[in-house]
Structures are given as structure tokens and as C-alpha cells.
Unconditional design. Sequence first.
Length: 212
Amino acid sequence: MNANVSFRNMDSSASLRNYATAKLERICDKYVQGKIDASVVMTVEKFWHIADFTLQIKNLTVKGAERSEDMYSSIDLALDKIEKQLRRHKDRLRDHKPTNGQAKMFKMAVVSPLAAEAAGDIDSEFAEDYELYPEPSAAEEVPVVETVNTPSGRVSVLRNKLYEAKPMSIDEAVLQLDLLEDRQFFVFTNAETQAINVVYKRDDKNVGVIET
């Protein structure tokens, strides 16, 4: 397992790094065969200690994040989420094979009416959207703020980000969406049609598919 651990708004801690990576490795050994790339971000915001784990397993991404007033507790809670997801999908993860195909790019932006922009730092309110948005990982960020005219008025483009939509089947995309419990949609390149597709969670517990 390759693990990258980073710290935000706090000092680097070898004991926290070793605790998080050792426990993560024990969990992964029980449920996953093959290469795993892991990212661990530990952040302190006021009195909150936040542990955020992202696992890349072949073409699949598994995420778990939690917060508490103690970083060790946050690590434990976040890894409980990771283990729950890996346990549920153990057989499918073992049998999953990466899909061949050409990845396509797509852009995700945050826009706001100009009047609302004056009310405060709107971009910071959407920071979590970009931080937690699941794979595909960002390939390029275009942080230019611009004004665009629309039929309903002028809006300000607060942030643009370019992503890679990885090639996979619809079944694989549904599995990916299920693994990302806190996400409502997932964008991918349909390996059969080579078109950008979106799977999303419906209120009736089914999964919808948008084919572009």
C-alpha cells in the first residue's frame, strides 16, 4: 500500500501518521488484494479534528472522513466507514478488473448571481465540494473569476475545475457511486460508447443514468 499523509493547520506528527497508516493497512489486508494508493489528510479547524481518507483501488475510489475533538478518535471513526464499505464490496473489489478505454475530460464550476457575491466569501462555502468530490481527480484548476451573461441575468463564475472521467462500464460506475456513500452522483466515460455519462442516486433508492 502506498500512503501519502498530509497535515493542514497543524504540526506534522509521526505518531498520528504511523497510527493512521498502520490501522489502514490492517483493514485493507483483510478485504483487498492488489495495489492500493491511499491519501490521508488531517486538518484542525477551530476545535474540530478532521481525518479524511481516500483509497484508490484499481479504477475505484473509497472515501471516509470524520471529525471529533480528538484526532485519534477521528481516525478511528473515518476508518470505520472505510472498513464498512470494503466489507460490503469485498468480493466485487477482488474480482474487479480495470476497464480499457480513453478517458475524457469535463469541467465543474460554481456560479453565483453577482448580487449574492457581495454578501460574503461564497467560494469558501463551496470549498468542500471540490475537496471531497470523488475521483476522477482534478487534472487542472482554472481559478479565474469571470462574469457571464445568462437569460436570467449576470452571474459570476467563482471557480472552474477540470476533471478526468475514467473509462468504466455502467455497472462499475454504480459500484463506485455506492462506495462513495456521501456522494450523490458520479461522472465517468462510458467504456462502450466513449461518451460522458453520469450515474446518480434517486429518492426511490434506485440509480439513475444520464447518457450524453
